[in-house]
Design a protein around this ligand. Structure first.
Ligand SMILES: [Zn+2]
Length: 270
């Protein structure tokens, strides 16, 4: 694979980085990242991964673009209201970087389809950009059972958190959070609100983790939960041990099949 003059120029700021170079840029162009949810987190993650030249980006989302999404979901434009989010996302990415092959899945992830979606292009890394606990636990369990690395994140109000799972290298999401809270106990972004930039900050960190994983550079957020408070402008990196009793990645795992947890109805539109 040789770069065209246009690619040399497009990726020049990467190529001059010692830790990326031509070799690293080729790795990015050959890599495949799956983004589940093209909302507050997935939209900025997708934009930066596309700009970076990640060669294949899978977008999973069942929703259509709503006007209330545009305050934070920057991959969608006003003209896209009413359009499926995966189509709107694909169009924006294609306009920004024609090197990227965008694969769209207009589906809700569930135990019935998530394995097939991950297998479809044998994705290298998964980004959890969803806004509800059933999907977060599903992505975690599917990633652990299939041996795939992924980035978890969540945002609400002025707060965000993120961690990275790499098989064999640290705790999974379930090691820390064990089980989803009851559906009626959780405020969604729609009920609680969220500052628009939260997805930009945390989603961009998720994209950074994907890029570092692909390039094999730096230290990932494995074994750490990074929390961010926009009001106090504090980042905290909390050390997290692996949980030996984890139901999916512990010493005696009891979860061997994927679980569809009940989803609060209000989650659907947050
Ligand atoms: Zn675990």
């Amino acid at each position: 694979m040789n770069f065209t003059n246009e690619q040399m120029e497009r990726y020049s700021r990467h190529i001059i980085l010692k830790d990326v170079g031509v070799k690293g840029q080729k790795k990015l162009l050959q890599s495949k990242v799956l983004i589940v949810g093209t909302g507050g987190l997935g939209a900025p993650a997708a934009m930066f991964l596309a700009a970076a030249g990640v060669g294949t980006i899978g977008l999973v989302d069942f929703d259509a673009v709503e006007l209330s999404n545009l305050q934070r979901q920057i991959i969608h434009l006003t003209k896209d209201v009413g359009k499926p989010k995966v189509i709107s996302g694909k169009e924006t990415i294609n306009e920004m970087n024609p090197d990227v092959d965008v694969v769209t899945y207009k589906e809700w992830v569930s135990s019935a389809n998530i394995r097939d979606i991950i297998k479809d292009r044998d994705y290298d890394f998964i980004i959890d950009g969803t806004d509800n606990f059933p999907a977060k636990f599903l992505i975690n369990d599917a990633s652990v059972l299939m041996g795939k690395p992924f980035s978890h994140a969540g945002i609400i109000r002025f707060q965000g958190q993120t961690m990275t799972y790499v098989p064999g290298e640290g705790p999974c999401y379930r090691c820390i959070f064990e089980n989803p809270p009851p559906p009626d106990k959780v405020p969604t972004c729609k009920q609680a609100g969220v500052l628009g930039v939260m997805g930009g900050i945390i989603g961009t960190i998720q994209a950074t983790e994907a890029i570092k994983y692909i390039l094999g550079i730096g230290e990932l957020l494995t074994g750490y939960l990074l929390t961010y408070d926009a009001l106090t402008m504090e980042f905290r990196k909390i050390r997290l041990p692996k949980n030996k009793r984890c139901q999916v990645c512990g010493e005696n795992p009891t979860i061997k099949e994927l679980i569809d947890y009940e989803q609060a109805v209000c989650d659907l539109k947050s």
